[in-house]
Design a binder for this molecule. Structure first.
Ligand code: NAG
Ligand code: NAG
Ligand code: NAG
Length: 392
């Protein structure tokens, strides 16, 4: 057991890279990275003395990193000292013409004996079984979007056999046929994205609607739809970080909603699917899509991987599409966990990704937001507790 390590963080935008065993026990196939929640309790060697070994089942606030650095977000406790996320995030029109699309599936076989077969956890004063807390994460995902991009909606691509029901005014369920079994999930996710884009090509709904395909364990904390105006010519956008083995994160793929954008994004994803099927079927099932994504990008002759070392947006033509690369630091920021270098949070983070066992923090963050209605203060909570390892 001691050899199990932070497998899930390889899917992350932070700089961890360790492989491990994955013990498939979950019945849910939700915000994908939660499938690999079974990582070790062991902290990194260096910091074993200072970082608690155990995963905690309650919120812990520690010192806020990055204080004193001029380009970082400053907090006093959970009070934000910089004025951020106020200008666009509460504009009532934010999110107009942008949909978030995620893959999420629940089976009633598992829900039937939820209480008996799954341990429960408590967040705030609410008790959740495992499936219930995955639903809570999905709800928090939609709730954050409702707050920061009120005109936006959320499309959940799900197995037609799934028993998902969700009562939120900004959420639409879209069944897509496929094989959503655990071993096939990452492959199916790309397939479902492609099918969804095909549906959009067939049915011209009039007007332009952009799509952002994401994991569901993210909090959108600012109007991310501005990328479509700010960078006017890309067909699709991906997030990158400075990590040699895993420079791209598959948890964020934005597609411009023009016919051309949808078509080129579809062709691009078909390339990724082909690379996955021919090269990475034997790769760990949680990494296949990211490896395939990297392989398509890097196989492009003129692509210079050095561009991943600086957190600056850039555009490249790849597989017939104009691809915008956005830095994870702003568009897919993950609270660091445990030991390691950590220089705090950039001032204008748009998306916080609660990968792996950070999901308790996502629910705590949503609860905190509900009682304060203040996104910057909530980011202080996330930043101040970012080092803690949580239990789910
Ligand atoms: C953020 O707040 C800190 C503390 O008040 C301040 O020193 C820093 O200059 C601010 N940064 C910006 C960019 O406003
Ligand atoms: C799920 O529930 C429906 C209706 O309640 C039932 O017909 C179906 O067999 C169930 N599926 C599974 C896999 O148990
Ligand atoms: C749970 O907490 C919320 C918010 O703090 C509060 O409004 C609610 O009354 C509490 N419920 C119970 C059963 O204590």
């Amino acid at each position: 057991m001691g050899s199990r390590r932070d497998y899930r963080s390889m899917r992350s935008c932070s700089g961890w890279r360790r492989i491990l065993l994955l013990i498939p026990v979950l019945f849910l196939l939700p915000h994908l990275s939660s499938l690999v929640d079974f990582s070790s309790d062991s902290a990194t060697r260096n910091d074993a003395r200072t970082i608690p070994n155990k995963k905690l089942d309650h919120l812990v606030l520690g010192p806020v990193a990055g204080q004193g650095l001029s380009d970082r977000f400053h907090c006093r406790g959970t009070k934000a000292l910089n004025k951020t996320h106020g200008s666009t995030s509460h504009v009532s029109g934010a999110g107009n013409g942008v949909s978030f699309v995620t893959v999420f599936t629940v089976y009633n076989t598992s829900l039937g004996n939820v209480k008996s077969s799954n341990p429960v956890s408590v967040v705030g004063n609410v008790t959740y079984s495992k499936p219930e807390r995955s639903m809570a994460v999905l709800n928090a995902f939609a709730n954050f979007i409702q707050v920061t991009m009120p005109k936006s909606n959320v499309v959940i691509l799900t197995d037609p056999a799934s028993d998902l029901s969700i009562q939120q005014s900004n959420v639409i369920l879209q069944p897509v046929q496929g094989d959503y079994s655990r071993g096939n999930l990452m492959l199916q996710r790309i397939r479902s994205y492609i099918t969804f884009l095909e549906m959009k090509l067939e049915k011209n709904e009039g007007g332009i609607n952009h799509y952002i395909f994401t994991d569901s364990d993210i909090a959108v904390v600012d109007d991310v739809g501005t990328i479509f105006d700010k960078h006017s010519s890309f067909h699709l956008a991906l997030t990158f970080r400075n990590n040699k083995d895993q420079p791209l994160n598959s948890g964020f793929i934005a597609v411009r909603g023009t016919r051309e954008g949808i078509l080129r994004a579809k062709v691009f994803l078909e390339e990724v699917l082909k690379a996955y099927k021919t090269k990475y079927m034997k790769a760990s099932r949680m990494l296949g899509d990211q490896l395939a994504l990297v392989s398509v990008v890097k196989s492009h002759a003129s692509f210079d991987a050095k561009r991943f070392t600086k957190p600056q947006a850039f555009t490249e033509e790849i597989a017939g599409a104009s691809v915008l690369f956005l830095p994870c630091a702003l568009y897919n920021w993950t609270p660091p966990e445990g030991a390691g270098q950590f220089h705090g949070m950039p001032l204008d983070v748009k998306i916080v990704h609660f990968k792996g066992s950070r999901k308790r923090l996502m629910l705590e963050a949503w609860n905190f937001y509900k009682s304060t209605s203040n996104i910057p203060d909530m980011l202080c909570l996330v930043l101040g507790s970012g080092r803690t390892k949580y239990d789910f």
